[in-house]
Design a protein around this ligand. Sequence first.
Ligand code: PGA
Length: 279
Amino acid sequence: MTEKALARIPLISGNWKMNNTHLEAIQVVRKLCLLLAETEAKATMPMFESRPVQISIHPPFTALRSVQTILESEESDVILGAQNCYKEQKGAFTGEISPIMLEKLNVGLVILGHSERREIFGETDELVREKIDAIMPTSICPIVCVGETLDERQSGGWVSKISGQVEHAVKGLNRKFLPKLVIAYEPIWAIGTGLNASAEDAQEVAKLIRDCIGEIFSAGSSSDLARQVRIQYGGSVKPQTAGIILEQQDIDGLLVGGASLVPEEFAAIVNCARMAPNE
Ligand code: PGA
C-alpha cells in the first residue's frame, strides 16, 4: 500500500453554503444518514473492497444545533462542520461566531478562507491566518481553501497565487498542528460553474501545495510532515467526476458544494471514495 493509503484517510466534506433552514436541514440529514448507512452496509459486503472514509457536513450556523442533535441520536460517524468562524474567542464582535462556540457544539472541522469569503467579504490572507491560529489550539481542524481565478489559471499566475496563500496559511505555524491541517484546492473558476479542473491539473496543484509545505518546514522531518497534510479538491464535484479525482496521488478528499445539497448525490460521492483504489 502507498503512504497515501496508510496515512491519509479520504475526507469528503459537504459545504452547504447559505442553503437550508434548520427545518430543511433536519430532513436532509435524516435522509443522508439513511443513504450512508445503506451504502456502508453494501461496501462492507465481502465481494466489495472498500476503504475507510471520513465524512463531514457544513450546514449554516443556524442549523448546527439541529444537525448535531440528529447526528448524535443516529450515532452517525458524520463529522459536524462549520463554514467559517472568527479569530477571537469572545468579545464585542457583532455578528461573529467564535471557535469556542463551535467546539461546544461538537463541531470537528471548520472551513476557513473559502473563496466566497475572500472575494465577497474581503477576507485577506492575514485574516485567514489569524483564524487558523485561533482554531489550531482547539479540538477543531481547519479546512483552509486556496485557489486561483480563471485569469490566473490562463496566465500561469496560479503557481504564485497558490504558493502565496499556502505560505500565509502555514509559515511559522507550530509544526505540532500540521497533522490536523486540511487544505482544499478550489479553483475559483470551477466553483458552482459546472467546470472541473482536470484530474491531472488538480493533482499538479495538490503536489505544489504539498511541496510548498515541505519547503516551509524544511528543517527536520519536513517531508514526513507534508505527507501527513490532507489535500482536498473542490469545484463542481459530481458523482461522475469524483472517482478519477480521488485516484490522484496527492488528493485526499473532496469539498463538495452544490452536490452536497442533494443527499443522493452526496452519498454517491462518498461511495466513490469508499470504492476508490488504495494505490
Ligand atoms: P461547488 O462548490 O461544488 O458547488 O462548485 C464547491 C465549494 O465552493 O466548496
